[in-house]
Ligand binder design. Structure first.
Ligand code: ZN
Length: 498
């Protein structure tokens, strides 16, 4: 084989994978947004065939041969090609480790589990979901051995979501958070809470849609390249660096919900749109990892979006959209209201301060489950015990307890810590950004171009060209969770006059 031929084969395989992914994503997006209700079956058939084709391509011996050849010629390849070979080889290796029949059985199980979980959650019936969860845990313990037989099972699973992250790393991280945050949350709890009633007046959906358009404009999300739709749970989906979609959900009695969903998903979209287009149609396209992605979405949502300068900058405009609802409300009142911190039961509704404690509960449970130190039937009891210990709350039922998240039903174990890591990475990025430039002057004028430019340079543009650890090192330096605890301490001390 000639080098040029091998590179052409690599390119063709990556473009094909891109096409399968794009087709699957388009079907998924359609199903979640505009497709009529009883049309899932046909999409399911198509999705199954696309998944089969993708599997065939990835396990084709010809691809293996091409990758092996390119590895032998690595000195003749540039950084991007070497990274493409590395990432694709890794994906192929892992896919091949799982025997085809187990792969299929697992796909069927997660499909079924998702349905069972929905019903179990609705009726708050953990026993209904328990058999599925037992199988999912067993499969994941087994798969962990396929992913990396040299690692403890939970470490292997964590590594799937955030390369280089393991229990030793997270134990240290969460211990540092717990030590600082638990007393801080307690101190906040002893202070009077701000008035949030005006956030729950009547906010018609039509007006909120216009407000979303405005927020996207502030974030410089070009509508010719970034669409917005409406779904039950907001998400971001990227086709390529020129075509990204976000979704939101409007509640007429809750202005902040969609407002911060749009800014959060907008942060994900900002990242995707800022990746160097040279990475398009390759395995290096898009954001590099879950943790780094969350660092960006939460940066825009919390660090910028809930900051005093940003609220002061956009508040006159918010009032133009909702003059009656916000009559008599000041920017300061609004800033305090959207930063109200209080222990609560539901992770997705948690505030910036208490959010990480929700993640810690899940981390402790997953760690014990996958290690075999906790049986599935004891999950509700352990969940409730940890919510009491970390957040001081009694969990009234499993619907608002261990059945609240969809992750486990989809087979995702080891995913949750990325949310907390992302928040911490973001705070450390802010510290470095503040050293490099005036962050808050421009933000206070509603100008986010400096912030976005910095993030693009340090994080976004690379896509998968650098590994997650390299991106974090590039933007944060040596990872240090105290940047995060310092950030939260400063912010909530000011908010609550501690
Ligand atoms: Zn997110």
């Amino acid at each position: 084989m000639e080098l040029n031929e091998a590179l052409a084969r690599l390119d063709a395989a990556e473009k094909k994978l891109y096409a399968y992914n794009t087709a699957s994503s388009a079907l998924y997006l359609d199903g979640d947004t505009v497709a009529p209700k009883d049309t899932a079956e046909g999409r399911g058939v198509a999705l199954g065939i696309l998944a089969g084709e993708q599997h065939k391509l990835m396990t084709d011996p010809a691809l293996d041969e091409t990758l092996a050849f390119l590895k032998e010629h690595k000195d003749e390849l540039d950084l991007a090609k070497n990274r493409e070979v590395e990432e694709l080889s890794r994906a192929v290796r892992q896919l091949k480790r799982i025997p085809a029949e187990e792969y299929m059985a697992y796909a069927e199980l997660t499909n079924q589990a998702s349905d069972v979980w929905h019903r179990a959650k609705e009726t708050s019936d953990f026993e209904l979901f328990r058999p599925c969860l037992e199988k999912l845990v067993a499969y994941n313990r087994k798969f962990a051995g396929y992913y990396d037989p040299d690692k403890a099972p939970y470490d292997a699973l964590l590594n799937e979501y955030e390369r280089g992250v393991d229990r030793a790393y997270l134990d240290g991280f969460f211990a540092a958070l717990r030590e600082k945050l638990v007393p801080l949350i307690k101190a906040v709890g002893e202070k009077p809470q701000p008035d949030v009633s005006f956030l729950h007046r009547h906010y018609p959906v039509e007006q909120q849609r216009k407000f979303s358009d405005y927020l996207m404009e502030v974030m410089a999300l070009d509508r010719a390249h970034c669409g917005i739709g409406e779904t039950e749970h907001p998400f971001t989906l990227n086709f390529n660096s020129q075509d990204v979609r976000i979704t939101t959900h409007y509640y007429e009695d809750d202005l902040a919900s969609s407002m911060y969903s749009v800014i959060h998903e907008g942060g994900h979209a900002r990242y995707e749109l800022d990746v160097d287009p040279a990475r398009d149609y390759t395995v290096l396209a898009g954001g590099v990892s879950m943790g780094v992605h969350e660092s960006q979405s939460r940066f825009y949502e919390n660090i910028v979006g809930r900051s005093r300068p940003f609220i002061e900058a956009i508040f006159p405009k918010i009032k133009e959209f909702f003059p009656e609802q916000l009559a008599g409300v000041t920017a300061e009142m609004f800033w305090r209201a959207v930063n109200k911190a209080e222990p609560s039961l539901i992770r997705t509704e948690a505030d910036e301060l208490t959010y990480c404690l929700h993640i810690m509960v899940r981390y402790e449970i997953e760690k014990a489950l996958i290690a075999g130190d906790l049986t599935v039937k004891d999950v509700p009891g352990e969940w409730n015990r940890l919510y009491k210990e970390y957040l001081g709350l009694d969990v009234p039922d499993d619907r608002r307890g261990c059945l609240q998240d969809s992750h486990w039903s989809g087979g995702s174990f080891g995913y949750f810590p990325s949310y907390a890591l992302g928040s911490a990475y973001g705070a450390q990025m802010l510290r470095n950004m503040e050293r490099d430039m005036d962050v808050w002057g421009p933000v206070g004028r509603g100008d986010l171009s400096g912030v976005t430019g910095w993030l693009k340079e340090k994080v976004h543009k690379y896509g998968g060209l650098l590994t997650p650890a390299q991106v974090v090192a590039n933007a944060c330096g040596q990872f240090d969770p105290t940047a995060y605890t310092d950030y939260l301490t400063k912010k909530y001390t000011e908010l609550y006059g501690l």
